[in-house]
Design a protein around this ligand. Structure first.
Ligand SMILES: [Ca+2]
Ligand SMILES: [Ca+2]
Length: 201
């Protein structure tokens, strides 16, 4: 009877041990899932803050408004607007912002028009082209940097290095050192009352 009782106690201890291991595996899986959800949620929130900020900055740009303080550049003012929307979670610098000018919305990201003399669908050196961005060479993107003039379309883009809380997902997202590059952009047409608007010069 004593031997049976001891065996039953041993079995009980083994079961307790197995349960503890199962619990540890289960708990760590749940913690990992929660971390992943939190990381993704925070990243999406940061991205939405960036998008809201760049939209607000573009509204500022549409009117051609200049910064109140002459010592502040336009890009710095745009960064300020984005950061005021960033609630401390998202902070960008003027160097993270680009504003590209296009004649219309359809031109965004499109190449400068060229005469495809050999009909190969690609630009080849020597083929005549219209230098839309005034840099003296043919470009795959006809935009040029600037605030744009009257009725011109301006593409506002902000890039932000988002540091993940744990760096847990950096391999999945192809980031490095737990940093993921977030980008938000919006295109707007300037008010027709502005000066300029004849493209680059
Ligand atoms: Ca060609
Ligand atoms: Ca060009």
């Amino acid at each position: 009877m004593g031997r049976l009782r001891k065996r039953l106690l041993d079995l009980r201890r083994e079961e307790d041990g197995a349960t503890a291991v199962e619990f540890a595996i289960c708990a760590s899986t749940i913690i990992i899932i929660i971390m992943v959800i939190l990381e993704i949620a925070m990243m999406m929130f940061a991205n939405s803050l960036l998008e809201g900020g760049i939209r607000e900055a573009a509204r500022f740009g549409i009117t051609g408004a200049n910064p109140d303080d002459p010592d502040i550049t336009r890009e710095e003012r745009i960064a300020d607007i984005i950061n005021s929307h960033g609630i401390g979670l998202v902070r960008v610098a003027a160097s993270d912002i680009t504003t590209m000018v296009y004649p219309d919305f359809n031109s965004i990201g499109n190449p400068e028009p060229w005469d495809d003399e050999n009909d190969n669908g690609e630009y080849d050196g020597g083929e005549p082209f219209t230098d839309m961005n005034c840099n003296g060479s043919w470009d795959e993107d006809m935009g040029f940097e600037g605030a744009g003039g009257s009725s011109e379309v301006v593409l506002y883009t902000v890039n932000h290095d988002w540091e993940m809380m744990t760096g847990f997902l950096n391999h999945a997202f192809g980031g490095d050192d737990g940093v993921i590059s977030l980008t938000a952009s919006v295109a707007v047409r300037n008010e027709p009352i502005l000066n300029g608007g004849t493209g680059c010069s």
